[in-house]
Ligand binder design. Sequence first.
Ligand SMILES: *Cc1c(COP(=O)(O)O)cnc(C)c1O
Length: 434
Amino acid sequence: MAVQTVAGNTASSSAQAVDLGPAAALSCRECGERFELGPLFACASCFGPLEVAYDLPTGSPEELRKRIEAGPDSIWRYAPLLPVPADVAEKPNINPGFTKLVKADNLARELGVTGGLYVKDDSGNPTHSFKDRVVAIAVEAARAFGFTTLSCSSTGNLAGAVGAAAARAGLRSCVFIPHDLEQGKVVMAAVYGGELVGIEGNYDDVNRFCSELIGDPLGEGWGFVNVNLRPYYGEGSKTLAYEICEQLGWRLPDQIVIPIASGSQLTKIDKGFQELVKLGLVEDRPYKIFGAQAEGCSPVSAAFKAGHDVVRPQKPNTIAKSLAIGNPADGPYVLDIARRTGGAVEDVTDEQVVDAIKLLARTEGIFGETAGGVTLGVTQKLIEAGVIDPTLTTVVLNTGDGLKTLDAVSATSQATATIKPSLDAFRAAGLASA
Ligand SMILES: *Cc1c(COP(=O)(O)O)cnc(C)c1O
């Protein structure tokens, strides 16, 4: 296949070949045309989205498994499967990943799951959301292409992850968010010292603005992690698939429930599972992928239920702001994957989101953000509907920390009693054990 070079807004003047490890080229998801590695995101022929194509390792699965297991406790243990240079772990990066896979037996009992229920808890990442995974990869691409400013359009978590990663990597950052985000997310995006710009509009307006900025001299030399670096960024989500399989003892889960914002995470987890099968690292057996949305922003769920192949954009209105993308770029691919694997896409109300956040906290001691509530709420709904099989191994993602979205539960999570500091007062409150 011919490799074509297309001018991108790269800041690098050197013609030196970029070293992104096993990444060989970019290839179009729609027509398969290949392009040289660069800051490109759309196919020059058909405008389809580009993704990273690899020269994957050829050794025996046992060897590769051993090499991974001996690697660092971060996503860099999977460097041979990622678009990053081999010495990535020695560079200044926030080193996310290898978060806990919690066997959630209390929650399983409550939900009647007998086949094994696990929560993949990504609140343990450096900036407390799964976004550190995708940003860490984008930083390496930005370095390789010579970008000096890191940017993004964000529903909140991404802005914080970019701010932190840029600070560590010694890059400038300037990130864009809807002006009305949760206070916790604004502070977390600003505290790392980069520029933070609130846009008067929703996420889809922010994203449109960033697309304009990329094409303008004002954005010259900027790496937008989820726009012109999107093919690399997306690969970070594969590490969730790798970790879950490794932590299950190199085995695919039977069922997995994943939140959907743009849908990138869901599509790349599927890609990660398929790569592990191809490499012989896990046994090839069927798995089902389920997508979760909030009712107030459920364009993919609506399309799934209506049997449509295209996703009609919505105007988001939900407390799950990290998932509030009304026009999700990967929506059609999510529909394909849910249908191909025998999964489903479902949505829950904001009230169910809050209930699910509290259920996870009460049963497993894990405080998830609203996206986690969406995912567990949908899991619960699909178990009740008989769509998720309770006798099979099921993994539920918690993609962010509840401290980021305190408002969602603050009204219903308060002190049980407020008393004078005396035993009499405590007795009167009726909380004593005897
Ligand atoms: C961004 C985000 C997601 C999903 O993102 P995609 O755009 O679908 O990849 C899920 N959970 C949280 C907490 C997020 O910040």
